[in-house]
Design a protein around this ligand. Structure first.
Ligand code: BG6
Length: 476
């Protein structure tokens, strides 16, 4: 049986984000960010949506404050990734390192110096940096003083920040992503949009107005990139994963389409440059009124992206029946009915490789833009054996099945440009703040209380992925 061949310059690599790995939360003039006030453990998940208690509480432990100390150990870490043969490395820049409060006129030179050095190292090791401008953190000051993304002034601050990055790194960075999982503003308004939602009465109004401001900001960054870094490719990014209908009942089938549209709406705007017509009725029926000026319409029209990137962890199930706030699985922020055909991870996330092929086909049919899978992976507990090895066969098996699905999509004719699995080196979980939920090829000795030597250990999957890259995906 023929298997899809990946293009010769396919971007094999891995992904992390600043607030989940760097640590050094108050070093080099960095300001406090939204990620820095979140605790670990069970109390964290509701805070991603309703963050008010986090602003008023002092917790014993904040996982982002030290992360995995990537800030001080990045050379060693990048060398490990280079040893696997990485062609690309995706990370984000911490906005609060560059503009500690967010509303300053001038950037913090010390913060920029850190990324000068980091990017130089990534390039020196032969990897293409893939940079997310905003990945689930923003200066806390912008939340407290301006109300986060609800305030159009934040669009200006973001553009100023994006312009600094685009101008400074135009020669090192070709691939830029404006916002990580921009649709997460709907599902996790605090971490996605810096929003303090107190009750659900005006939630739709707030999240969609904030999302609109982010869409305008994204388009402004694209326009700035055309001017400042004309060689750059700039993309949008979705939390991907399709909704399947629970039954062939047309009501369920339609519900699945409606749920998909809630997420695809963002890319519809970022790729096509205007709001899709289906949103008019959606807003009207929810009494949502988005203020869109003529100037903003023009910005959206001009600021369309070069590629579409997405994370893929799971598929979801839609039903026309009302869900009881619908959170299935322990820690999945997307409403979903259970899918009896799929097994689940230890954290209750359904495992569905075919859903990746489905998503790739769906997005390519819809947009005909190059696609980039910038996150995928299995969060699992790892065991260090007495001889110091880590035999993470379960992770290999998950990734193998997903890479096969990606190969099938290549055979289907989809233009996939790269694959950067999530948390290539173990890091702090976004949803739970745990270290125990590990994704990496490289193990980091640190636990959920922040104890451990921070020593790095190559897992079995490290050697496996190295071979996958060396054979351009032919040996799995
Ligand atoms: C994505 C995010 O939602 O999923 C990452 O972009 C996150 O920041 C990843 O870490 C995995 O989620 P979690 O909750 O297992 O860390």
């Amino acid at each position: 049986m023929s298997i899809g061949k990946f293009p010769k310059d396919f971007l094999w690599g891995g992904a992390v984000s600043a607030s989940q790995c760097e640590g050094a939360y108050d070093v080099g003039g960095k300001g406090l960010s939204t990620a820095d006030i979140l605790p670990g453990g069970k109390t964290r998940i509701p805070l991603l949506q309703y963050a008010k208690p986090a602003l008023a509480t002092v917790y014993d432990y904040y996982p982002s404050h030290e992360g995995i100390d990537f800030y001080h150990r990045y050379k060693e870490d990048i060398a490990l990734l280079a040893e696997m043969g990485f062609k690309a490395f995706r990370t984000s820049i911490a906005w609060s390192r560059i503009f500690p409060k967010g509303d300053e006129e001038e950037p913090n030179e010390e913060g920029l110096k850190f990324y000068d050095a980091l990017l130089a190292e990534v390039v020196r090791q032969g990897m293409e940096p893939v940079i997310t401008i905003s990945h689930f953190e923003m200066p806390l000051h912008l939340v407290k003083e301006y109300g986060g993304w609800l305030n159009p002034r934040v669009v200006e601050f973001y553009e100023r920040y994006a312009r600094v990055l685009l101008a400074r790194y135009r020669t090192q960075v070709k691939y830029w992503i404006t916002f990580n999982e921009i649709n997460m503003t709907l599902h996790a308004p605090f971490i996605g949009g810096g929003l303090i939602i107190e009750n659900d009465d005006d939630r739709a109004q707030k999240v969609y107005q904030a999302a609109h401001n982010q869409l305008v900001a994204s388009a402004r960054a694209v326009i700035a990139a055309r001017e400042l870094a004309p060689e750059a490719k700039i993309g949008c990014m979705l939390a991907g994963g399709p909704y399947y209908p629970q039954t062939p009942n047309p009501e369920d089938v339609f519900a699945a389409m409606a749920m998909d549209r809630q997420n695809l709406f963002f890319a519809d705007v970022q790729v096509r440059g205007s709001y899709p017509s289906y949103m008019q009725r959606f807003f009207r029926e929810r009494n949502v009124e988005i203020k869109i000026t003529a100037a903003e319409k023009e910005i959206l029209r001009r600021g369309t992206v070069d590629f579409v990137s997405f994370s893929y962890y799971m598929s979801h199930v839609a039903t026309a029946q009302k869900q009881s706030n619908g959170v299935d699985g322990v820690l999945n922020l997307f409403a979903s009915a259970p899918n009896p055909y799929l097994t689940k991870s230890e954290w209750g996330w359904p495992i569905d490789p075919l859903g990746l092929r489905y998503t790739l086909n769906q997005l390519y049919d819809r947009y005909q833009k190059p696609l980039f899978i910038v996150e995928n992976g299995l969060g699992a507990k790892d065991q260090v054996e007495a001889d110091g090895t880590i035999n993470d066969e379960y992770r290999i098996s998950y990734l193998r099945d997903h890479i096969r699905a990606m190969q099938e999509a290549v055979e289907d004719g989809v233009d996939v440009i790269g694959y950067t699995p999530w948390g290539c080196i173990d890091l702090v979980s976004l949803s739970t703040g745990e270290m125990a939920k590990r994704y990496g090829f490289v193990y980091v000795d640190r636990d959920d209380q922040g104890k451990g030597t921070l020593k790095r250990i190559r897992k079995k999957s490290f050697y496996w992925y190295k071979k996958v890259i060396a054979t351009n995906g032919q040996e799995l």
